[in-house]
Design a binder for this molecule. Structure first.
Ligand SMILES: [Zn+2]
Length: 1086
């Protein structure tokens, strides 16, 4: 190379030649941790942002004058009652209690001169429990929750006049989650808790400081939670540190400067709902919600106040935050509000009309769906939707049930028949064995009906609207191939509360980040749940599908805990069925008898309330069961009175003994019955026929068929035998059950049926809720005492055995065999009286049977659900304890065995072993759950063929035994006589109909002109409603015949809206049902 090179001049630069100082990289962990210190309490609070939150605070006299009246005992008096008493002076620092008591405070506020023109004046009240602010003249304004949860009430403008103003605060001595002892929320309540009033002060808030606090909280979350390989995370970290460096204690202008820095990350619009108006597509839909358990760790009475507190909060927030949309379920809670807090109810109604407050769910309460009967589920929707329609002029489109413990496979069908196409839930994310694979999907019923189901990816219905919740709405979404939208359901819940101003402010910033920086999914407010589902519905055909039960792999103990409550549920469902059917028939037969619609509505509302998802499952505190016992007792009393009135109208009376000539049997089942009825201590008759009243005829032992014998084959071994079954009982267990008609031995050789077994029952945490798979490893057989002859009558024999469980607990078991009736399948009946005082033990009874199948069948609402009898996969094994209704069945081709029960819901079938769950003994949240005496009945029903109508019908019959009635000899019984001598019953399925069809419900039409009651207007005419379902999973064809004077018949939905007219000829109409279809017909009477 040669020649001269010409130096190129670099462009002029300010870049210094020499480095002036060393500059280090941010040590990420330390700079991140520093952020929280900026607003933390404790040692920093006088020198960080917290020190500038308020511009003035006053408490005590003359600015905050306090006096109190303590309501006696655990009463919850009304406002008028409370303020009529004398209030005595009190002050901050005083203690109030004990648990569950109520204290009314008169609070006289006088804003000091120097705070009068401050931007935002609040009362900060923290009683460390729950409270409700009332105006001086008795209007409830807003709820308060202590422990810093919700302690601010904004002073009205009218208080800025330097004068005294009075409000009242109703203090409830319980926290949001009741009064649990110690730090463990599910421990039984401590009856002696006291609460200190720690704050009662007027505060002038510095709005810039408060807003900056939310700014840095959320940007700080971005710094902490965005991935460290993203520029967005690094920028968040830088901005936070810049804000902290810019802050000057005491300098209000520095707050504004800090907020300007925050805008770099949040955008300019986070101070208002304008932040959502960017027109960009959002995928996450924020919806305010407040889950209020109708009872749980507190009684129903407290829930009524929680509703007023929580929902008035939301009305208040809506006035300040135009983007807030709030959805809340449970018609029962709206009804309580209407009755007890008309002021709040009107406020809610106004917000509903504005389209901001969204009644949702369509059901009476957020109920359990495992155990209520099919008809109960129908009524949850019927009573729920009717309330919404009657009070808000609109039915719900979405069934809302975030927090229930398993989902019946018939829910989609029942939803569709109640006008709902969508379903929202969440609890399945708690599965502790298998992860449910979908977020958004079509859920398909046993009959093929579908609803769109969405489970929020955040896996909560009480989100705190954190940055992380918004982030997880995308990162945990499992259906992104089909649709990326999701609901973010936020607001304090379980114990009520709902969204706070902080939640809404945080979401504004999350949206700001999404539009300014990106990476976070865009959250949108201002849409309703229905808007969200409307959009999904348009792409429903591309969503994945899930057929059948959504089995919850958790909380399996809830099929058994609180046995008495479950028994009351079953008995009340049965008595209500009887009452409606008999009252309907009687009201049409006897003009002077009036159908007791109001009583029926009241009783149904009671049953529906007690099916709440912590009540019926047994997961509430003892107080709730004291309440439900009272509710059920009242119900049975009302039902008893109505049945007496009906008997009177028919001219019959219920008796313990009578003669064949005067006696008749009351039958409420819709098929031909032939069964034994005891007519005196030692004598039985045979009732036979179809319809509500059956004639009796003599039971003759000399007949060639009906006879039953008992003989002792050796010491302690008895043979009970009729002409269908031969049963050997040895030491309390059935060692042989021989079915003569099929010549089959039901019990495998060497095995014992009706064997009691007991298990250690210590779940991982949730005692009343859970039984864990490992309890099966602790199986222990209970050994029985000697079996003795108990009863030896011409028509029935039985043996009795005492079984010792422990020094405190024992069982008396009676095994009975009745004479077999020609054409009726005989079964072995077991009646037990269990005295139960155990701790964390689980009692079950086993039935090994010589039947083989990989699937067993369990009765569910309006049908049967099949579940595996093996543990092939973790999904199969997860079903180690399942829910059944009146029967469980294990059948192979040609033969099977059903276990019937009168009050139980827990079952398991493992291989060829069937096992009925009887009693648990958890100690939390009710320390006395299930202690005491229990009466339980079950039966072993062998049958030829696989599962069929024999089992379905016998299970009904087992739960609906015939009742002995007596007719008087005079004219009073003419109505009964005319029923007995009628050629056919008033309404029935003709004998040639498919036997799998069940005419389950007969009731009067809801709005019939002569009985209408409630919020909706009466309709012309009278009608009878029939509910018929196909019970076994096949096509169900049949004919309904009626002797009533029927004008026309319509098929309706569950809400009794006419869908189509059915052709009627000579009082008969044909029906043709899909497998497991639930069909409703309305007979319009002439
Ligand atoms: Zn709940």
């Amino acid at each position: 190379m040669g020649g001269e090179s010409v130096a190129q001049r670099a462009p002029k630069s300010d870049y210094p030649l020499r480095a002036p100082k060393p500059v280090g990289q941010m040590i990420s962990g330390i700079y991140k941790e520093r952020i929280a210190q900026f607003y933390a309490g404790g040692q920093w609070e006088h020198n960080n942002l917290r020190a500038m939150m308020n511009e003035g605070v006053v408490s005590g006299e003359p600015h905050v004058k306090l006096s109190v009246w303590d309501a006696p005992d655990q009463t919850r008096p009304t406002f008028d009652d409370a303020v009529s008493h004398e209030f005595k002076e009190t002050s901050v620092g005083s203690w109030f209690g004990p648990s569950w008591t109520t204290h009314w405070f008169k609070v006289v506020l006088k804003v000091p001169e120097d705070l009068l023109d401050k931007h935002l004046l609040e009362l900060h009240w923290d009683g460390n429990n729950e409270g409700l602010v009332w105006t001086e003249d008795g209007n409830p304004l807003q709820g308060l929750t202590g422990g810093g949860e919700r302690v601010e009430w904004i002073l009205p403008e009218s208080f800025r006049d330097g004068r005294e103003h009075t409000i009242y605060i109703e203090m409830a001595c319980n926290g949001m989650f009741g009064n649990a002892a110690g730090g463990d929320a599910i421990q039984p309540p401590d009856p002696n808790k006291y609460f200190q009033l720690s704050r009662a002060e007027i505060v002038a808030v510095n709005p810039d400081a408060r807003q900056l606090y939310i700014d840095i909280w959320i940007i700080g979350d971005a710094a902490r939670e965005f991935p460290s390989d993203s520029w967005e995370q690094h920028k968040a970290l830088n901005i936070c540190n810049k804000i902290i460096d810019t802050f000057e204690l005491g300098n209000k202008d520095s707050l504004k400067a800090c907020r300007t820095i925050a805008e770099d990350y949040l955008g300019p619009n986070v101070n208002s709902a304008k932040v959502y108006d960017t027109g960009k597509e959002a995928l996450v839909f924020g919806i305010g919600h407040c889950h209020i358990d109708s009872c749980w760790l507190w009684p129903f009475a407290e829930t009524k106040r929680k509703v007023a507190r929580s929902w008035s909060n939301q009305c208040d927030l809506m006035d300040r935050y135009p983007e807030l949309n709030f959805a809340c379920s449970q018609a029962q809670q709206y009804k309580w509000l209407k009755q007890l807090y008309p002021y709040v109810f009107e406020r809610v109604k106004k917000k509903v009309a504005e389209g901001r407050f969204h009644p949702i769910g369509g059901s009476w309460v957020e109920h359990d769906t495992n155990m209520p009967s099919g008809e109960s589920l129908v009524r949850q929707f019927l009573y729920g939707q009717r309330f919404y329609e009657g009070n808000f002029g609109k039915r719900c489109q979405t069934f809302w049930l975030p927090d229930t413990f398993g989902y019946s496979s018939q829910l989609p069908q029942l939803c569709r028949l109640s006008g709902m196409t969508r379903f929202f839930t969440q609890k399945l994310s708690w599965n502790n064995i298998n992860k449910f694979p979908h977020t958004t999907f079509n859920w398909i019923s046993l009959d093929g009906s579908q609803v769109i189901c969405h489970m929020p990816p955040t896996e909560t219905y009480t989100a705190d609207a954190h940055f992380g919740d918004v982030k997880r709405s995308m990162s945990q979404h499992k259906s992104l191939d089909q649709d990326a939208t999701s609901l973010l359901v936020f607001g304090k819940g379980d114990g009520g509360g709902g969204p706070t101003w902080e939640h809404i402010e945080k979401l504004r910033r999350c949206r700001g980040i999404a539009d300014t920086v990106g990476l976070l999914p865009r959250v949108h407010m201002g849409n309703s749940v229905d808007d969200f589902f409307d959009a999904l519905e348009r792409k429903a055909s591309s969503l994945t599908t899930w057929y059948g039960e959504l089995y919850f792999e958790f909380h399996r103990g809830t099929y058994t805990t609180q046995a008495n409550n479950k028994r009351n549920n079953r008995k009340s469902e049965i008595v209500l069925r009887d009452v409606e059917l008999l009252a309907a028939l009687t009201s049409l037969k006897n003009k002077s008898y009036k159908y007791p619609k109001k009583d029926i509505d009241d009783m149904w509302e009671s049953v529906l309330l007690c099916q709440f998802h912590d009540c019926l499952p047994g997961s509430s505190i003892e107080m709730c069961y004291d309440d439900s016992n009272k509710i059920y007792a009242e119900l049975f009393e009302t039902a008893g009175r109505i049945l007496k009135d009906i008997s009177k109208a028919l001219g019959v009376s219920e008796v313990k003994s009578t003669t064949i000539d005067n006696g008749i049997a009351l039958n409420t089942l819709p098929w031909h019955r032939k069964a034994l009825v005891d007519i005196s201590a030692n004598e039985a008759a045979v009732a036979c026929g179809t319809g509500p009243l059956l004639n009796l005829r003599a039971f003759k032992t000399s007949d060639k068929s009906p006879t039953v014998t008992l003989h002792k084959s050796s010491e302690g071994v008895f043979i009970l035998e009729n002409n269908q079954l031969k049963v050997e009982v040895k030491a309390g267990c059935i060692t042989s059950l021989f079915d003569k008609s099929t010549e089959r031995e039901v019990i495998p050789k060497g095995q014992k049926a009706n064997q009691y077994v007991i298990f250690d029952d210590k779940p991982l945490y949730w005692q009343a809720w859970d039984v864990e798979v490992y309890h099966l490893d602790t199986r222990e057989e209970l050994s029985c005492g000697e079996t003795k002859a108990h009863e030896e009558k011409d028509h029935r024999v039985s043996v009795v055995t005492e079984t010792k469980i422990s020094n405190k607990s024992h069982i008396e078991t009676i095994i009975t065999l009745s004479a077999a009736i020609d054409g009726e399948q005989s079964y072995v009946e077991i009646t037990s009286k269990v005295v139960w005082h155990e701790t964390m033990r689980f009692l079950k009874v086993e039935f090994p049977v010589d039947v083989r199948n990989t699937e067993a069948s369990y009765e569910t609402q309006f049908g049967v659900v099949k579940r595996p009898t093996h543990y092939n996969t973790s999904w199969d094994m997860a079903k180690f304890e399942v829910c059944c209704h009146k029967f469980a069945d294990l059948s192979e081709h040609g033969y099977g065995v059903s276990i019937l029960n009168d009050s139980k819901y827990g079952f398991a079938t493992v291989g060829s072993l069937m096992r009925l769950s009887l009693l648990r003994s958890p100690k939390a949240p009710d320390a006395n759950a299930d202690m005491g005496t229990h009466h339980i009945r079950w039966a072993i029903l062998p049958h030829g063929g696989s599962l069929g109508p024999t089992t379905v019908r016998k299970a009904y019959e087992f739960n609906n035994p015939l009742k002995l009635l007596s007719m008087s000899s005079d004219d009073n019984s003419s109505v009964a006589r005319s029923i007995l001598t009628a050629a056919e019953p008033p309404v029935y399925l003709t004998p040639n109909s498919d036997q799998s069809l069940v005419l389950d419900t007969i009731k009067r039409g809801e709005d019939d002109e002569d009985i209408s009651h409630g919020d909706l207007p009466a309709k012309d005419g009278r009608s009878v409603v029939l509910r018929i379902y196909e019970s076994l999973g096949g096509r169900g064809r049949g004919t309904v015949a009626t002797t009533w004077n029927v004008d026309k018949v319509t098929k309706t939905n569950l809400l009794e809206d006419d869908l189509e007219e059915v052709s009627l000829k000579d009082g008969k109409f044909a029906i043709d049902l899909r497998p497991f279809e639930v069909a409703t017909y309305k007979l319009h009477l002439a």
